[in-house]
Design a protein around this ligand. Structure first.
Ligand code: GLC
Length: 572
């Protein structure tokens, strides 16, 4: 059934929906499934092929739906299974597909398995989770959780601790236990039989922990360091994922994308090998680290201006590392990171131009592009001035640790949240300039991004020059040019400080992409010579058919096609 070379997901564009903030149909201030269904024509007009729905299952309310209490149902605030089926049918009727979030590294602590497991050491569900006795009245090892503090939670009832790589309310499942794996395969089959088209697999490379949970070297970030070397791509990960493919996925024509932080292109090539790889593609994180201040006590939260050559090096390493060997996803934003235009572009004077330029990058590399809701409008970060406006557990934990407990200047910590907080991207989708941005008739669960009177879908759709229509053009371009999907990647000026220029070469067609990463005009003279037969396909300043000048405007993007591939393949 599978056709690795013709796999549809290589040619697809995925649109990520954070359901809580997409569209509210019933006025409770929380987005829901019927709201999404009411916006399918908007997505269809944009041209996306696949929708990835962040979790809509019943949950414990701690981590935005990533703490699941029932894997086979819909949370009441999102609707019913019938609403979900209507959404699926609406997508399929428009030729679009649906990918569901699979969160099986951990459950909620309110999941019936965990309630059973914690009731006694003899519970038949005890081994569904990872329990250890404490050590010298401290936790079993020094592992830290992603959200701060120890990764071990002492359970007073039995005197043992359980492992949680995320919040204490998110106990990690024990993948060593074949019964756990069976449960997961069965719940996957449940959704596949309902007709879904794939899974986005949450933190999937954390399933296998190094036996014995050895201590890790003390790190700078937290008192309890992240013991990544002991749980990322662990010893049995490939066994588990191969079993999952054999038992479940191989029976369906679906796509899978695994969230795999801390993974190298070499490891990703094994995970996504067209013949033997258990996954279709991965989300890698290397480019998410280019603006981290690694010298700070809080590297994840501190931001330094990124160096364009470093961004090119990191992206290029993945382009060449996976070419012909595996498959990558392409993303610059999602529900866990700041808005792409604020982070990598200029969300002030050049907001629209830089949003389009970054989109050009996203759509002309090799891999499957992911558009996070609102990025097609060029939405900037939210930047609330009071901590009371934030909802994210990770953000609130930081504030508590650093300000409430640590006595740090609140303004300093708010500045970190403005740059890196997850709620930047979780504010409601701005549909109109009207009340509550047309998202809800009630009170939104989190305040709106204050930019909504100017930046909203209605205004974007009405403006032929908007970021939205530029995305639509890019999506179409990608479909029409096999060089974008399959071509080889060559960086022409890897060390240039602001110019990102690369070729995508395929059979008889070659594309040349020029991106100006900055607000200054960039004279190409002496830097790069355009081939004589170059024809402009798309640009954010110059329309196809026009001959653009020899300088690049602030944040300018151009994609040229040269129909005949030269022997050397390298102009300039
Ligand atoms: C992933 C999700 C994130 C969540 C975490 C724990 O990184 O994208 O939102 O908090 O996993 O499930």
């Amino acid at each position: 059934m599978e056709q690795p070379d013709g796999a549809w997901w290589r040619r697809s564009t995925v649109y990520q929906i954070y359901p809580k903030s997409f569209m509210d149909s019933d006025g409770d201030g929380v987005g829901d499934l019927r709201g999404i269904t009411s916006k399918l024509d908007y997505l269809h007009a944009l041209g996306v092929d696949v929708v990835w729905l962040c979790p809509v299952y019943p949950h414990g309310g701690v981590d935005g739906g990533y703490d699941i209490t029932d894997y086979r149902a819909i949370a009441p605030e999102f609707g019913t299974l019938a609403d979900w089926q209507e959404l699926l049918a609406g997508l399929h009727a428009r030729g679009m597909r649906l990918v569901m979030d699979l969160v099986v590294n951990h459950t909620s602590d309110r999941h019936p398995w965990f309630l059973e497991a914690r009731s006694s050491t003899d519970s038949p569900y005890r081994d569904y989770y990872l329990w250890q006795p404490g050590r010298d009245s401290g936790p079993p090892s020094n592992w830290g959780s992603h959200f701060g503090g120890s990764a071990w939670q002492l359970d007073p009832a039995t005197g043992e601790s359980y492992l949680h790589l995320f919040a204490p309310e998110q106990p990690d499942l024990n993948w060593e236990n074949p019964r756990v794996r069976r449960e997961v395969y069965d719940l996957m089959t449940f959704w596949l039989e309902l007709g879904i088209d794939g899974f986005r697999m949450d933190t999937i490379n954390m399933l296998s922990k190094v036996p014995g949970y050895p201590d890790t070297a003390p790190g700078a970030d937290y008192a309890y360091p992240l013991a990544e070397e002991h749980f990322l791509n662990g010893p049995r990960l490939l066994d588990y994922l191969r079993e999952m493919r054999a038992e479940v996925l191989s029976r369906y024509d679906v796509m899978t994308v695994g969230e795999t932080p801390g993974t190298t292109p070499e490891q990703a090539a094994v995970l996504t090998d067209p013949q033997t790889g258990p996954l279709d593609m991965v989300f890698q994180f290397d480019h998410m680290a280019v603006d981290k201040d690694t010298t700070s006590a809080r590297p994840r939260w501190t931001t330094v201006p990124y160096a364009v050559p470093e961004l090119k090096r990191v992206l290029g390493r993945w382009q060449t590392g996976l070419h012909g060997r595996g498959w990558n996803s392409l993303y610059l934003g999602n529900h866990d990171v700041p808005r792409m235009v604020s982070r990598f572009g200029d969300d002030g004077e050049h907001r629209a131009a830089s949003a389009k330029m970054l989109a050009t990058l996203l759509f002309t590399l090799q891999g499957t592009p992911y558009v996070y809701q609102g990025d097609e409008l060029g939405m900037p970060n939210a930047r609330f001035t009071s901590i009371d406006d934030y909802r994210d557990v990770d953000t609130l934990n930081l504030y508590r640790e650093d300000v409430t407990q640590g006595g740090r200047d609140p303004a300093e910590v708010l500045a970190m949240i403005h740059a890196k907080g997850r709620d930047n991207a979780r504010t409601p989708m701005p549909w109109t300039a009207g009340e509550h941005a047309g998202f809800t008739t009630g009170t939104p669960w989190i305040p709106l991004n204050p930019t909504y009177p100017d930046i909203n879908a209605e205004a974007a759709v009405a403006d032929p020059d908007s970021v939205y229509w530029y995305y639509r053009d890019l999506i179409r371009l990608r479909r029409e040019h096999p060089a974008i999907v399959d071509g080889r990647y060559d960086d022409l000026r890897p060390t240039h400080d602001t110019l990102y220029a690369y070729l995508r070469t395929h059979a008889q067609e070659q594309l040349l992409v020029l991106l100006n990463f900055g607000g200054a005009v960039l004279d190409l003279d002496g830097v790069l010579e355009l081939p004589a037969n170059a024809e402009l396909l798309i640009g954010n300043y110059t329309a196809p058919g026009e001959v653009p000048p020899g300088v690049l405007q602030p944040w300018e993007a151009r994609v040229y096609v040269t129909r005949t591939v030269e022997e050397t393949g390298t102009p300039g």
